[in-house]
Design a protein around this ligand. Structure first.
Ligand SMILES: NC(=O)c1ccc[n+]([C@@H]2O[C@H](COP(=O)([O-])OP(=O)(O)OC[C@H]3O[C@@H](n4cnc5c(N)ncnc54)[C@H](OP(=O)(O)O)[C@@H]3O)[C@@H](O)[C@H]2O)c1
Length: 245
């Protein structure tokens, strides 16, 4: 068990299950103060209780302005914000046939929800002149043949838009001590993607490595999951500019 002298605080959205929950457990294990959030207070409280003593929790529905505002007021100073909450609603469709109400809902959660959370939590980081915002993006933005994945068109566009937002925010916060990066967790076995090979704990370790990159680390980048061979430990995640997707 790592010691708790680090003193940093990390808030994670959508942390009641899947990657978010595994990340909350990983950061708790690494000695951070974790503020676990979920759409409902009940889910947040239950997940925090499972993770361990000292894990704070708060309700945070990214699509609800009042909910985000209340969570921001309750949170106190943050060092790390992980915008993890997301939905995949249009898998198996294509851009010509996808029902646009699914695209609209996907953008409402994935893009606008994330954007709303950042609007509330990033300015206090800038005032403190420290902080790291991580946006959980996706390989659908580029990994499939070097172009956008058309089999979940709304989802792919929502995550590509998040990469774009990341570059804008990184430019806006340049020189403030705050960094903004996007991360691709890889293909992870969760309720969203039940047939995927990678357990959420692996993705959580990768995201935690990125979240804890030192203060002079990258900003405005899309940091991609990769599996490091055990015999060649490499602490530096692969990276490429967000705008290369
Ligand atoms: N799994 C993969 O292979 C994969 C690959 C690339 C990227 N990602 C991304 O990784 C992130 C986590 O996905 P996951 O695989 O862990 O999926 P998951 O198990 O379905 O978890 C999604 C989480 O987001 C939460 N959420 C949804 N809408 C929300 C809202 N309006 N406000 C707050 N929380 C909300 C869910 O809460 P409820 O329980 O209340 O619904 C849940 O906690 C997502 O952004 C996803 O796009 C996943």
């Amino acid at each position: 068990m790592t010691d708790r002298t680090d003193g940093r605080t990390a808030l994670i959205t959508g942390a009641n299950r899947g990657i978010g929950r595994a990340l909350a457990a990983e950061l708790h294990h690494r000695g951070l103060h974790v503020l676990l959030t979920a759409r409902t207070a009940e889910d947040a409280r239950a997940a925090a209780g499972d993770i361990g003593p000292g894990t704070r929790w708060h309700a945070l529905d990214t699509t609800d302005e009042d909910s985000v505002k209340r969570a921001a007021q309750a949170a106190g100073p943050l060092d790390i914000l992980v915008c993890n909450a997301g939905v995949l609603l249009d898998a198996g469709t294509d851009p010509l046939s996808v029902p646009l109400d699914l695209v609209e809902e996907t953008l409402r959660v994935n893009l606008l929800g994330t954007w709303r959370v950042i609007q509330h939590f990033l300015p206090p980081m800038v005032r403190r002149r420290r902080g790291h915002v991580l946006v959980v993006s996706s390989g659908t933005t580029a990994e499939f043949g070097g172009r956008l994945f058309a089999g979940a068109p709304g989802y792919s566009l929502s995550k590509s838009a998040l990469n774009g937002l990341t570059t804008m925010l990184a430019a806006l916060t340049e020189g403030t001590g705050v960094r903004v990066n996007a991360v691709n967790p890889g293909r992870v076995r969760t309720r969203m993607m039940p047939a995927m090979p990678q357990p959420p704990e692996d993705a959580a370790r990768f995201i935690a490595d990125v979240a804890l990159l030192p203060g002079d680390g990258p900003t405005g980048r899309f940091l991609a999951e990769h599996r490091r061979p055990a015999e060649t430990p490499d602490p530096t995640p692969q990276e490429r500019p967000c705008d290369s997707t």
